[in-house]
Design a protein around this ligand. Structure first.
Ligand SMILES: NC(=O)c1ccc[n+]([C@@H]2O[C@H](COP(=O)([O-])OP(=O)(O)OC[C@H]3O[C@@H](n4cnc5c(N)ncnc54)[C@H](OP(=O)(O)O)[C@@H]3O)[C@@H](O)[C@H]2O)c1
Length: 236
């Protein structure tokens, strides 16, 4: 392959992003300078927050520039290296451009191992999602053994990891999700102690009282809204 495809932000979407908001271009694969590596993209994370970055607005992360490549978490394979920290065949994760092939000076790249976990897991439970769950619980929630934690958006990417980490800490874990299938999955697959469906419960307050009889020590709020209002009456 001598050329690489890139996906650029062509214009800022209004409402739901359209194909015309993006542009697909082709360019020559660049030659490497000393200290650089060439990376072939294998897995690209497409996250809800990327929609926010397509807006030209102040946020916790810079907006994407128009006519420049979109970037996000990417898992790739090193196909050529002039950097002593990486060799051909290494798998890496990093915040990289949406390109089939790109070069990097190695800054912000982490090696990942196919033997330890399937590569896409480094974009999920072992990537930003897992770090969000872990540090939120450790540094913000300061969850302690024996406490009760209630998780909204519990069957989602972050919520499902939050619940599983909380179980390893010996906590009572209650999830809230929007379908009976998700409730079943939370209890049967992810080991939550209990869960309720916010679409079928008539009173959130009663459901919280029933599932958290000793109150809620930590509330992991992924969605906000009227569920959060109800939780405040049960918070310890
Ligand atoms: N993923 C990350 O790495 C990451 C990193 C930092 C911060 N965050 C933040 O963490 C939160 C969760 O992200 P996520 O990646 O876990 O998202 P996700 O996988 O899309 O899960 C979110 C869940 O929220 C529920 N939901 C959506 N709209 C709702 C509404 N109006 N009322 C109640 N529930 C609703 C949906 O589940 P139901 O079908 O059960 O309603 C959905 O599955 C977001 O605020 C996100 O910005 C995520």
């Amino acid at each position: 392959m001598s050329k690489t495809k890139t996906i650029l932000l062509n214009k800022r979407p209004e409402g739901k992003p359209q194909l015309s908001d993006f542009k697909f271009t082709e360019e020559e694969i660049p030659a490497l300078d000393n200290g650089e590596v060439l990376i072939k993209s294998l897995f690209v994370s497409v996250d809800p927050y990327l929609r926010g970055r397509m807006r030209d607005a102040k946020s916790y992360v810079e907006p994407f520039e128009l006519h420049k490549p979109i970037s996000s978490g990417v898992i790739g394979e090193v196909t050529e290296s002039k950097n002593s920290k990486f060799k051909k065949g290494d798998y890496v994760s990093g915040m990289l451009a949406w390109k089939q092939v790109q070069k990097s000076n190695g800054s912000g790249l982490n090696k990942v191992s196919k033997e330890d976990a399937p590569l896409p897991a480094y974009l999920g439970a072992l990537g930003m999602t897992g770090l969000t769950a872990y540090f939120g619980l450790e540094e913000i929630g300061k969850l302690q053994e024996g406490e009760t934690i209630l998780v909204s958006g519990a069957a989602g990417a972050v919520g499902s990891v939050v619940g599983q980490i909380a179980k390893t800490k010996g906590c009572r874990v209650i999830g809230v999700a929007g379908t009976d299938e998700k409730i079943e999955m939370l209890k049967e697959e992810f080991g939550f102690d209990d869960a309720f469906n916010y679409n079928t419960e008539k009173s959130f307050s009663k459901a919280i009282g029933k599932t958290c009889p000793d109150g809620v020590d930590v509330y992991w709020d992924n969605v906000g809204g009227s569920l959060s209002d109800a939780v405040f009456f049960h918070i310890n």
